[in-house]
Design a binder for this molecule. Structure first.
Ligand code: ASP
Ligand code: MG
Length: 478
């Protein structure tokens, strides 16, 4: 008998039939002798619907009120699931995030969990109950105002893993509408395969780079507290993908549990929720980058790729990427700072996308990046910006080419007829991979933050490929 945390996403509890199916699975797990804590998301598209309603009133609603509004989605689903479980005759109690002991900071709509108090949940479990906790929400304790907060889109994953860590659960199961984590989004790459086992470090990169099957923060929690996470489908009993601690020597996430890592690339991800901003001709002196990125950080805007190029004496261009959703706010901030600094211009581009390869095996193998660039070159796809870490290489490209790019890269590294190990493919261009820090092969949560950018094409230039390709799909839910 163990303690299992099960998290069900919005599609898994979308309607009465689905709620009943989830209730049955939960009850089955309980009757197998486990203690069960269930975390649920809002039903179906509820969160999107609530956001849409607020945006009908104003494009910029107060964030505190957004939290008040969005938290209702999960509050409805916990009660409905509790009712469905009660119908099956099993003792059950539903708890809001606050009642479940999820304490956060006070940054509305992007709050971070600061502490989890498990005593209430443990008490209910000890009384023999199934405990259902609202995902995605928490409460502030500071000043005893008990403000309701939310953890950012997809935050229920983080609630589940944080609870699993605090309660020392044996497993955290994340139930979704796909059967696991794939080597690429199967909706655009039919040859994509399910990855049976993946390391926290690789999963964190995959999640951060566009595989929205898990909120990246939940993977960080898993890594720090060593909580095994099983991503699987609530629509079947098929085993999914296990996310756990892996070293280079004990597995490669692709089926071999022992032996030296042979698979260099574990997955290909893409993200079309990307915008590029360029500050043209800012003064080249100490403190400038700190000013710009400090102002963005103060607004909690996450910056991804950053490239600074020296173009003329005492002048540089600064390019960075952010999520497209953040562009309106970032634009305001950057234009203000640009004016203060005397920059010549600010350019914005929302027609870019990022394709990435992730794999713990690439750290020891030169030529992986070169092989990726070659796959893009063979399609005539221009690379605007490159960034690397120990276990990933990302390229910013034109959004219209993203499907083609993902397919070509998947074919190069992950399909039957792939040309094989890339060691032989190392060419002069492999020197670029020197940008990847040669540090420890064991990826940690910090790798995402340590990525560096390497300029390629002139910063700020738009893609030279006007070819109208397939339109990029949104970042996949896979
Ligand atoms: N309901 C929230 C969202 O749609 C949280 C979640 O589903 O994890 O983002
Ligand atoms: Mg989700």
């Amino acid at each position: 008998m163990g303690l299992i945390v099960q998290k069900y996403g919005g599609s898994s509890v979308a309607n009465t039939a689905r709620l009943r199916a989830v209730a049955e699975r939960v009850v089955r797990t309980r009757r197998e002798g486990h203690q069960v804590v269930v975390v649920v998301s809002a039903q179906g598209d509820t969160t999107d619907e609530l956001i849409r309603k607020a945006h009908e009133l104003t494009p910029n609603p107060p964030r505190r009120e957004m939290d008040m509004l969005l938290a209702t989605g999960e509050q409805a689903s916990i009660a409905l699931l509790a009712i469905a479980i009660d119908c099956l005759g099993e003792p059950v109690v539903s708890l809001t995030g606050g009642q479940g002991g999820i304490y956060t900071d006070n940054v509305h709509t992007k709050a971070r969990i600061t502490r989890v108090r498990g005593d209430r949940i443990l008490r209910e479990l000890a009384a023999g109950k199934i405990v259902i906790v609202a995902g995605f929400q928490g409460i502030t304790v500071e000043g005893e105002d008990y403000e309701i907060t939310t953890l950012g889109r997809g935050g229920s994953d983080t609630t589940a893993v944080a609870l699993a860590a605090a309660l020392k659960a044996d497993m955290c199961e994340i139930y979704t509408d796909v059967t696991g984590v794939f080597t690429a989004d199967p909706r655009i790459v039919p040859q994509a395969r399910k990855i049976p086992v993946i390391s926290y470090g690789e999963m964190l990169e995959m999640a951060s780079l566009g595989a929205v099957v898990l909120q990246p923060r939940s993977v960080e929690f898993g890594a720090v507290y060593n909580v095994p996470i099983h991503v699987r489908s609530s629509f079947s009993d098929e085993p999914g993908t296990i996310v756990k601690e892996l070293t280079l020597m004990n597995g490669n996430g692709n089926g071999t549990e022992t032996g030296e890592k042979e698979v260099l690339v574990t997955g290909v991800t893409h993200d079309t929720n990307v915008a590029k901003v360029v500050l043209v001709s800012v003064p080249d002196r100490p403190g400038v980058a700190a000013r710009i990125f400090g102002a963005l950080a103060a607004e909690r805007i996450n910056v991804d790729m950053i490239v600074q190029t020296t173009k003329a004496e005492q002048e540089t261009d600064l390019l960075f990427t952010i999520s497209r959703d953040d562009l309106p706010r970032a634009s305001e901030v950057v234009r203000r700072v640009a004016r203060e600094l005397g920059a010549k211009d600010v350019l914005e581009d929302q027609t870019v996308a990022k394709v990435s390869i992730v794999g713990a095996g690439m750290v020891m193998n030169p030529g992986v990046a070169a092989a990726m660039f070659q796959a893009l070159a063979d399609c005539g796809i221009n690379i605007q910006v490159i960034s690397t870490s120990e276990i990933k290489v990302s390229c910013l490209i034109d959004e219209s080419r993203v499907v083609e790019a993902v397919r070509a890269i998947h074919r190069r590294f992950l399909e039957e007829n792939a040309p094989g190990p890339v060691r032989a493919a190392a060419t002069g261009a492999a020197a670029t991979t020197a940008a990847a820090a040669p540090g420890s092969a064991r990826a940690t949560a910090s790798t995402a933050a340590s990525s560096m950018a390497t300029p390629t094409a002139a910063a700020g230039s738009t893609s030279a490929d006007p070819q109208p390709g397939a339109t990029g799909s949104a970042a996949g839910t896979w």
